[in-house]
Design a protein around this ligand. Structure first.
Ligand code: PLP
Length: 399
């Protein structure tokens, strides 16, 4: 009998989670693997934040909390938006979730009716289309061009909007391309959305602090005109090296926040109180850890871009944000390996890199853009240098 729901046929396990499993398996077989698939900081959670978590356990903050989150954390989030984004939110316009991921899923879940469309620019974070499908919606993938830094334009957005469009889901700085929308570009996009009142805007700002060329500007600070239908998604996972604590937050109109909180109340009840206490310490404490991490990641980015730039067949732009490079590897496609196999696409290249160089990377196809690969530079400089060297050697053996 078919025990699993048909909707499970619509989705697949996340590509990055699968890659992690594969690397773990290879390592358990005793193989040396340099892992560039990581979607999380390699650093430990800063000591003062971890201490706040330990204090929470010791002092009995180990209970269910209010569905939307503890007041201390909501106040810290409110202060963060004022301090860093010049945005004012009331507490009923904020909600805490078990990671940004849960909040994105919940926002889609409380708004999508069958076949409602969600515009997702490619390349996209692998989970977006599957989350839309799980909620009976229709992902509408909006192609972008590498020449344009993988950013959508006002014209392409206008052409993609229909009567069924429910959301535009933007991610800036972007995973995997690292692209970051400028104020002018955001202004143009918001102008389009202003003309289409049926469309909500979700902006995933989880990589906000990993912005290397300019200060991050939130779209609501650019133009508040569609503020009553914009949802900001953020979290502490990346900025404070807290992926395992599972705390994200969302800010937006109270009707949406209230619906998300209702869904949380019937699914996970609330985020862990221990983690919420730690997240409050992260957001309200000394922010030098964030600045130090950004500086460290900038050096790593530059090293990786410079080294990959020397590899024949690989074109690697310098990403403005996040912690991934997304090089064009079309120059390798069609080449033959020493074993006589022709590399037919980016997935073949990924397998070749793993087999010939012991370097794990992710295929652009998983992110909706074939012909590219994603490498994370959230790892130490020695590993970056050793891995790029191995990739260079593997590429030089192609004919
Ligand atoms: N959004 C993007 C674009 C991501 O890349 C990730 C993690 O990889 C997340 C959200 C998930 O963040 P969280 O750990 O808060 O669920």
């Amino acid at each position: 009998p078919a025990y699993l729901a048909k909707r499970m046929q619509l989705i697949k396990p996340s590509a990055s989670m699968m890659a992690k499993k594969k690397v773990d398996t290879l390592r358990s077989e005793g193989k040396q693997v340099i892992d560039f698939t990581l979607g999380e900081p390699d650093l430990n959670t800063p000591a003062h934040i971890a201490q706040a978590g330990m204090d929470a356990i010791r002092n009995g903050y180990t209970k269910y909390t209010a569905t939307s989150g503890i007041k201390e954390l909501l106040l810290a989030i409110q202060a963060k938006y004022r301090r860093e984004n010049q945005l004012d939110f009331n507490l009923d316009q904020l909600v805490v979730g078990t990671g940004a991921k849960q909040l994105i899923f919940s926002a889609l879940s409380v708004t999508l009716d069958k076949d409602d469309e969600v515009i997702i620019p490619a390349p996209y974070w692998v989970s977006y289309p599957d989350m839309v499908l799980l909620n009976d919606g229709k992902p509408v993938i909006l192609e972008t061009s590498g020449d344009n830094g993988f950013k959508i334009t006002a014209e392409s957005l206008e052409a993609a909007i229909t009567d069924r469009t429910k959301w535009l889901l933007l991610n800036s700085p972007n995973n995997p391309s690292g692209s970051l929308y400028t104020e002018t570009e955001l202004g143009d996009i918001l102008d389009v959305l202003e003309r289409h009142p049926q469309v909500l805007l979700m902006i995933d700002e989880i990589y906000e602090h990993f912005s290397y060329e300019q200060d991050y500007v939130s779209p609501l600070a650019v133009d508040p005109a569609i503020r009553d239908r914009t949802l900001l998604i953020n979290g502490v996972s990346k900025a404070y090296a807290m992926t395992g604590w599972r705390i994200g937050y969302a800010a937006g109109p109270s009707f949406l926040i209230k619906a998300i909180a209702t869904l949380i109340s019937q699914t996970t009840s609330c985020a862990s109180e221990i983690s919420q206490k730690a997240a409050a310490a992260a957001l309200s404490g000394d922010q030098s850890c964030v600045r130090d991490t950004t500086a460290l990641y900038r050096t790593r980015r530059d090293t990786m871009v410079d080294l990959l730039g020397k590899v024949p067949g690989v074109t690697c732009p310098r990403p403005a944000g996040a912690f991934y490079v997304f090089p064009d590897i079309q120059g390798l496609i069609g080449k033959t390996t020493p074993q006589g196999k022709t590399l037919g696409n980016d997935l073949d290249v990924v397998h070749y890199f793993l087999d010939a160089a012991g370097v794990a990377v992710l295929d652009g196809t998983a992110y909706g853009v074939p012909g590219y690969i994603r490498l994370s530079f959230a790892t130490d400089l020695e590993t970056i240098k050793a891995g790029c060297e191995k990739l260079s050697e593997a590429c030089s053996q192609l004919k």
